[in-house]
Design a protein around this ligand. Structure first.
Ligand SMILES: O=P(O)(O)O[C@H]1O[C@H](CO)[C@@H](O)[C@H]1O
Ligand SMILES: O=c1cc[nH]c(=O)[nH]1
Length: 239
């Protein structure tokens, strides 16, 4: 396959930086570009999955939506790594807490992603149900958070294929059996792609809701708390 790929309509790989921040929501990608980057260009809008490249502290960085779920981030991250020369993808997402120690607004650095998904097995023959991020990126993200004075909790998380399900207790099994502290829906596939292609991936999450506490956030509070993970990822990219 050649560029432009079917899902990223960009004919010039040089328009995409080596490091890409990936929120699920394409409008969060636009928000980051509008709020933090200068000299911004839009390199793709295929299917309204927006991708931008700009400068942060003088360094080039890209930010692009992944869509929701493993098939979606599986496609976009594969194309970025394999056809556009991207080296690092840092997912910046929202997550539901499985543990009382993780509160709304907290920022989580994913240490491993556990999943029932067959993505890694079908795509690459990996039988493990646990995929790991890049140690090098995690070390850099930890240092970036410390420099910014933002508390970071390193934790294993559940990458789920299901947002609405009838088994209301499944999360408890993931909490007790695999020590998963929170749930999101993409990291496992992203980490599998990075492993297969010899690239680097990491994931920062902001807790947006809780399975164990009736915590409610306003839209404004949520946006402010999301800034913390954006700043940590941008700090890494600018160094
Ligand atoms: O906020 P994002 O990055 O989309 O992440 C989380 O939010 C979506 C579900 O609401 C899923 O994509 C999940 O992983
Ligand atoms: O995947 C997700 C993300 C946020 N909250 C959840 O409950 N699930």
């Amino acid at each position: 396959m050649a560029i432009p790929t079917p899902h990223i309509a960009c004919s010039d790989p040089s328009l995409i930086a080596k490091t890409v921040l990936m929120p699920g929501d394409p409008l969060r990608a636009k928000f980051i570009a509008d709020t933090y980057l200068t000299d911004v260009i839009c390199f793709t809008s295929t299917r309204n999955i927006l991708g931008f490249t700009g400068k942060y502290n003088g360094k080039r960085i890209s930010v692009m939506g992944s869509g929701m779920g493993m098939p979606s981030i599986g496609i976009y991250s594969y194309e970025l790594y394999n056809f556009y020369g991207v080296e690092n993808i840092i997912r910046i997402g929202s997550a539901g807490s499985y543990d009382e120690s993780l509160r709304i607004f907290d920022t989580v650095l994913v240490s491993s992603a556990v999943s029932e998904s067959n993505y890694a097995k079908v795509a690459f023959g990996y039988r493990s149900h646990q995929m790991k991020p890049s140690k090098a990126l995690n070390t850099k993200l930890t240092k970036a958070a410390a420099k910014l004075g933002i508390p970071l909790t390193e934790a294993a998380i559940h990458s789920s294929d299901v947002f609405y399900g009838e088994n209301k207790d499944h999360w408890k099994e993931m909490r007790t059996k695999y020590n998963c502290m929170a749930v999101e829906m993409e990291s496992f596939a992203l980490f599998a792609n990075a492993k297969a292609l010899g690239k680097k991936a990491a994931c920062l999450l902001t807790i947006s809701d809780s399975f164990v506490a009736p915590e409610i956030t306003t839209a404004e509070e949520r946006q402010t708390s999301f800034h913390n993970m954006m700043k940590i990822a941008l700090e890494l990219a600018s160094n």
